[in-house]
Write a protein that binds this ligand. Structure first.
Ligand code: PEP
Ligand code: MN
Length: 277
């Protein structure tokens, strides 16, 4: 038996599929599906977010992202709109009928997120926040667990084990690049992690090419590489005016660039006989 027992392939031979309920059409995430999550790094204001959500919906997107509580390296950077931003996401959700994902940094945020948020994201910096993982394990809500900044595959799967061990089996992994000696990119994307996770675990795995590269021009090619390597989807950052974004503008696609990425990714998914919902 592997140290990550419940997350292991030995424990569960079939691929796990996580179903995200939605007002219009539920979204399935896992083997056989290709899920696209998109939205800005952070919710910045109502008009901008709702406009963008409607554009993304018209192009095609399965789940809307948006950061409300941003883990920022500097305490002086924009840290998100918090609860005020949640109301904006709620409105976008009502308008589009799409499910929403946002990062939970502290279990105390659950009280107000629970009724609105469809997927709770555990960020890279919190992958080994074991008390948060234990609490999240008790919640009946899908979880997206990002790989830690310098986490090995085993550490990541052991973090997943914390959530599964608490009873929450609606768990999706997200490869978002790891820190290496290479300074040209924000992180180094580990494409090999995808087939490895598929071999070691039954859990769905998606890739975040935005944080993995830090460069918007790399987001398209890395998205295609991820799908070709067997990822169950991608999560990308989109901003109407990347140059003016309050966070992560350099890695954000314009809606126009997103359109291109969407059609290329979907074409590849169809080649692999993947379903889109
Ligand atoms: C994010 O997706 O908003 C984020 C902060 O990513 P990460 O935790 O991977 O750095
Ligand atoms: Mn970001």
């Amino acid at each position: 038996m592997k140290p990550f027992r419940l997350a292991s392939r030995e424990y569960r031979k079939e691929d796990s599929i996580v179903i995200i309920p939605a007002t219009e059409e539920s979204v399935s995430i896992g083997e056989g599906y290709c899920t696209i999550i998109a939205g800005p790094c952070a919710v910045e204001n109502a008009d901008q977010y709702i406009d963008l959500a409607c554009t993304l919906k018209s192009v095609g997107v399965h789940i809307l992202r948006g950061g409300l509580f941003k883990p920022r390296t500097s305490p002086y950077s924009f840290k998100g709109l918090g609860i005020e931003g949640l109301e904006i996401m709620e409105e976008a959700k009502k308008k589009t009928g799409l499910p929403i994902i946002t990062e939970i940094m502290d279990i105390r945020e659950l009280d107000f997120m629970y009724n609105t948020v469809d997927i709770l994201q555990i960020g890279s910096r919190n992958m080994q926040n074991f008390s948060l993982l234990e609490e999240i394990g008790k919640v009946d809500k899908p979880i997206l667990l990002k790989r830690g900044l310098s986490a090995t595959i085993e550490e990541w799967l052991l973090a997943a084990e914390y959530v599964l061990n608490g009873g929450n089996t609606n768990l999706i992994l997200c490869e978002r690049g790891i820190r290496t000696f290479e300074p040209y990119t924000r992180n180094t994307v580990d494409i090999g992690a995808i087939p490895l996770i598929k071999e070691l675990s039954h859990l769905p795995i998606i890739v975040d090419p935005s944080h993995a590269t830090g460069k918007w021009k790399m987001v398209g090619p890395v998205s295609r590489a991820a799908i070709a390597a067997g990822a169950d989807g991608i999560m990308v950052e989109v901003h109407p005016e990347p140059d003016r974004a309050l966070s992560d503008g350099k890695q954000s696609l314009t809606p126009e660039n997103y359109k291109k990425l969407y059609s290329e990714t979907i074409a590849l998914a169809k080649l692999g006989n993947k379903k889109l919902k």
